[in-house]
Design a protein around this ligand. Structure first.
Ligand SMILES: Nc1ncnc2c1ncn2[C@@H]1O[C@H](COP(=O)(O)OP(=O)(O)OP(=O)(O)O)[C@@H](O)[C@H]1O
Ligand SMILES: [Mg+2]
Length: 238
């Protein structure tokens, strides 16, 4: 296999004087479904934000598709093909589901293809077609999560990053979302998932990165990590 689609080396980042990431190493190959797990405050969200350019790296590098995007702007990173579905969904109040979805495509100029992609996300999440004229923030938590993921897809990303897939959602809905993500992944989008529920994450993903205090303390195929005694005790309560 050639170069990974996303290659992060020694990445450091934080907020002002507060350093949060202390040399993160991550490599994700094209077509993979990877997950990022770790305790509250480990730095998972900060890593997502630094990859997508919302937080500024203070050291190390991020390469995407062979290009150094370490210091690129959020728009440039989105244009390069990374979509970030933020923690807490962040849909726009007062805008319909359809308009929220179209905002995901705001940097694109290919009008016909945008229409096609709108149909594609309505096929992936039929409830969004039904609710397309409703204020997005008046939907249920699960429907809003679908809308946030669909908005991410509307930029036609090569890499889709989802921060906290299952937070606050009923198990049955999480299962449904998981199936849809596998489908999106099969259609060719590489995915990085941040997930509190490590079992769900391991069932869904091929590869996992375990983040603790701003470092990757373990990485490997989920089929191997699930049998790791330390991981079992610390994250799976076994
Ligand atoms: N805007 C901010 N300003 C200052 N410190 C912050 C800010 N956001 C996060 N932090 C700090 O950075 C550290 C990592 O937070 P981060 O949100 O990246 O963790 P996380 O792994 O996503 O946690 P969780 O699982 O709770 O979402 C924490 O100590 C947090 O207090
Ligand atoms: Mg977080």
């Amino acid at each position: 296999m050639g170069e990974p689609l996303l290659k992060i080396s020694g990445l450091m980042s934080g907020y002002g004087d507060v350093q949060v990431l202390w040399g993160i190493d991550v490599a994700v190959n094209e077509g993979e479904l990877a997950c990022l797990v770790g305790s509250n405050g480990a730095g998972k969200t900060t890593l997502m934000r630094t990859i997508s350019g919302i937080c500024t790296a203070t050291g190390g590098s991020t390469h995407f598709n062979g290009v150094d995007i370490t210091s690129a702007s959020p728009n440039a990173i989105l244009s390069a093909g990374i979509a970030h579905v933020p923690e807490g969904r962040r849909l726009f109040r007062g805008l319909t589901v359809k308009d929220n979805l179209l905002l995901g495509a705001y940097l694109r100029k290919d009008k016909d293809a945008i229409e096609q992609d709108l149909e594609r996300v309505y096929d992936l999440f039929p409830i969004l077609r039904e609710r397309r004229r409703q204020d997005a923030t008046t939907m249920s938590g699960g429907q809003q999560q679908m809308c946030a993921i669909a908005r991410g897809i509307m930029s036609r990303p090569k890499l889709l990053m989802i921060d906290e897939l299952s937070l606050g959602l009923a198990p049955k809905l999480v299962e449904e979302l998981a199936e849809t993500l596998v489908e999106i992944n099969k259609q060719g989008t590489t995915i990085i998932l941040v997930e509190q529920d490590v079992m769900t994450a391991f069932e869904l993903a091929d590869y996992a990165f375990v983040v603790e205090t701003g470092k990757v303390m373990k990485a490997g195929p989920t089929s191997e990590l699930i049998d790791d005694p330390i991981i079992r005790e610390a994250y799976l309560g076994m």
